[in-house]
Design a binder for this molecule. Structure first.
Ligand SMILES: [Zn+2]
Length: 527
C-alpha cells in the first residue's frame, strides 16, 4: 500500500463533518412560504432531538439509520462511518433494532441551543463568554477599528443576497511597509451553523490589535505581515441560524420550489461541479447553478483578486479539530505539498501548545472529496498557500459547542495564526540566476527597517558559524561577505555583486543577516 492509500485508510477513521454531504433533502427549508424579510421567520425548536454517531457494517444498515435522520451533521456518508446526524430521541431504540454500531453524542439538543443563546449572565469584560449575533459582531468590529485607527481599517467589499454588508477588517502598519508587506487572509462562517467560526476570527482581530502595544512578538508580526479578516462570510445564513433554524448551513438563496440555500463552500470555480458537491438544490452541499453564482462568493473572490499581497489563506470552519491543506477535490499531491504540510504542522503544534488539544493535519481530499471550495480556489487559481481549519470539538457537542469553550478555542487558534504569520515575517533572501562574468542581484525582504543587511556566500556548503558583531549563527561554512545595504523603511534591501569569469557550474550558498536575524539559505549554481 502506498502512502496515499494509507492516508486514505486513515481518513476513514475520522469524523468528517464540515465539508461534504450527500443528497439527503435535509436542506429543505421548512419555512419556505415565508417572506425573505430578515427576522420574519419563526424560531424552530429542537425539543426531543438527539445526535448520534454511527458506524454502519454495510450499505443497508447505513440507509436504515439515515432514514431516521432529521439533519445530517457529517458532510459525507463515509460508508463505514463515522456518520453524525440528528434524530428524534424516540427513534434511538430503532438503532438497536437495526443492529448498527452507534454512540450517543447529544441526548437533548434544545438545551444546548438555549445555552448558546443565553444572555442571563452578564458577559462582563469578556466578549468571548457568549456567542454574538451578526449585528453585535459588526458593531464590535467597528469599535475595534475606532480603538486602533492607525492599524485597523474596515473594508465593506460587497453585499449579501439579503443586503447585509460583506466586510473585512484589515490590520496593517503603514509605518512599517503596510502595502508592501505580505498579507494573510482569514475568513469565517461560510457555513451558517458554525458559530465558533465567527468568534475565532473576531478574537484574532482583537488580539493582533491589542497585542501590538503589549506584546513585542505581536508588534513585530503586525509590522511585517498584514492580516485581512472576514469574520462572517455568510451573514444571511448566520442571521437565519440565530433567528430561525439553528442548524442552517447554506446561504439564503431562493432556489425555487420551496428550496433555499447554496453551499458557499461548493460554489467556487476551481473543480466546481466535481465529486463532493451536489446538483440537487435540496442538498446541504448544493453547489448552485454555476460557479460564483452567489454574491457572497463572487464578492470575496473579487476582493482577493484586488489584493496581490495575499500570500496565505485560512478558511475557518467547525467541527472536527483538523488542519487541512489542498487539494479538497482531487487525490493528487499539491505542487507545494512539503510547504503546505509543514505550515499545517506548525499551526497544529501551536494549537497544541495552548490547551493541549490535538488538531489532525491532512490533505482535504484524504478526509473526503469536496469540489468547489474556497481553499482549492485560492491555492489553485491564485497560488495562495491555503488551509482549512476545522475548530472544536470532535463531536461531543459539534455545532453546539458550549459558551465556556469559546475562549479556549479562540486562544489556541490565535496561536496558530501567529505561528503562520511568523513564517511570513522572516528575513527572506532571493538571488537572481548567476552568470559567469555578469552582475547579479540579491533581494532581501522583511528586514528590520533602516538597519544594515549583510549578504554572505560560501563555496563549501552549509555549516554553523557564530558572528559576534551581529550576534547570529550563520548556517553556511567559511562565509565571505558579498556586500551590504541599509534596509529601507519597508524592510527591503538589495545587493548587487559581480560573478567572476571562469566559474561555471560552481555551487554557491548565500545567506543574508542582520543583527540577531538571519535569512533562509539559497543554494544556486553559476551558469
Ligand atoms: Zn463548514
Amino acid at each position: 500500500m502506498n502512502s496515499r492509500r494509507r492516508r486514505c485508510a486513515f481518513a476513514l477513521l475520522s469524523a468528517a463533518v464540515c465539508l461534504l454531504a450527500p443528497m439527503t433533502g435535509f436542506g429543505q427549508d421548512t419555512q419556505s412560504g415565508d417572506s425573505l424579510v430578515p427576522g420574519s421567520h419563526p424560531e424552530v425548536r429542537y425539543d426531543g432531538k438527539s445526535v448520534v454517531r454511527v458506524w454502519p457494517a454495510n450499505e443497508k444498515q447505513m440507509n436504515q439509520a439515515l432514514a431516521l435522520s432529521e439533519n445530517l451533521w457529517s458532510e459525507r456518508l463515509i460508508p463505514t462511518g463515522p456518520i453524525d446526524f440528528m434524530l428524534d430521541a424516540e427513534s434511538l431504540p430503532l438503532l438497536e433494532d437495526i443492529g448498527i454500531r452507534w454512540q450517543l453524542l447529544i441526548e437533548d439538543v434544545q438545551p444546548l441551543i438555549d445555552a448558546q443563546k443565553d444572555r442571563s449572565v452578564p458577559q462582563g469584560d469578556d466578549w468571548y463568554s457568549q456567542y454574538k449575533t451578526f449585528a453585535e459582531v459588526s458593531a464590535y468590529a467597528d469599535q475595534l477599528v475606532a480603538d486602533y485607527p492607525t492599524l485597523a481599517q474596515r473594508i465593506d467589499f460587497g453585499t449579501s443576497l439579503e443586503g447585509r454588508s460583506l466586510f473585512a477588517i484589515r490590520i496593517s502598519n503603514p509605518a512599517t511597509g503596510g502595502e508592501g508587506n505580505p498579507s494573510i487572509l482569514l475568513n469565517g462562517c461560510q457555513h451558517a451553523r458554525e458559530w465558533i467560526a465567527v468568534m475565532v476570527p473576531m478574537y484574532i482581530i482583537e488580539n493582533f490589535l491589542a497585542g501590538y502595544d503589549t506584546n513585542p512578538d505581536i508588534e513585530r508580526l503586525v509590522n511585517r505581515v498584514n492580516l485581512i479578516v472576514v469574520p462572517v462570510t455568510n451573514p444571511d445564513g448566520y442571521v437565519y441560524s440565530w433567528d430561525s433554524q439553528r442548524m442552517w448551513r447554506k446561504n439564503r438563496r431562493n432556489n425555487g420550489g420551496g428550496s433555499y440555500g447554496v453551499d458557499l463552500n461548493r460554489n467556487w470555480s476551481k473543480f466546481w461541479g466535481g465529486n463532493g458537491s451536489s446538483g440537487n438544490r435540496n442538498s446541504e452541499t448544493y453547489r448552485g447553478p454555476s460557479a460564483f453564482s452567489e454574491p457572497e462568493t463572487s464578492a470575496l473572490r473579487d476582493f482577493i483578486l484586488s489584493d496581490p499581497s495575499i500570500v496565505s489563506h485560512i478558511d475557518i470552519h467547525s467541527y472536527s479539530q483538523l488542519v487541512l491543506y489542498p487539494w479538497d477535490a482531487i487525490a493528487s499531491d499539491p505542487p507545494d505539498l512539503a510547504t503546505l504540510d509543514g505550515l499545517s504542522r506548525i499551526m497544529a503544534a501551536q494549537i497544541k501548545s495552548v490547551h493541549n488539544e490535538t488538531y489532525r493535519v491532512m490533505m482535504g481530499y484524504d478526509l473526503y472529496p469536496a469540489a468547489g471550495t474556497a481553499m482549492d480556489w485560492t491555492y489553485g487559481v491564485e497560488g495562495i498557500l491555503s488551509f482549512t481549519i476545522e475548530l472544536r470539538d470532535k463531536g461531543w457537542y459539534g455545532f453546539l459547542l458550549p459558551p465556556d469553550k469559546i475562549l479556549p478555542t479562540c486562544e489556541e487558534n490565535f496561536a496558530a495564526v501567529t505561528g503562520l504569520a511568523d513564517q511570513f515575517s522572516q528575513l527572506t533572501l532571493d538571488v537572481d540566476p548567476l552568470f559567469a562574468g555578469q552582475p547579479t542581484t540579491m533581494r532581501i525582504y522583511q528586514a528590520d527597517p533602516n538597519e544594515m543587511v549583510y549578504v554572505v556566500y560560501s563555496l563549501t556548503g552549509e555549516g554553523s558559524v557564530y558572528v559576534p558583531v551581529l550576534d547570529v549563527v550563520l548556517d553556511v561554512s567559511s562565509p565571505k561577505l558579498v556586500g551590504s545595504d541599509q534596509a529601507d523603511a519597508n524592510g527591503y534591501a538589495e545587493v548587487t555583486a559581480f560573478v567572476p569569469n571562469n566559474t561555471p557550474l560552481i555551487l554557491v550558498w548565500f545567506q543574508a543577516a542582520q543583527y540577531q536575524n538571519v535569512s533562509n539559505v539559497v543554494l544556486t549554481q553559476v551558469n
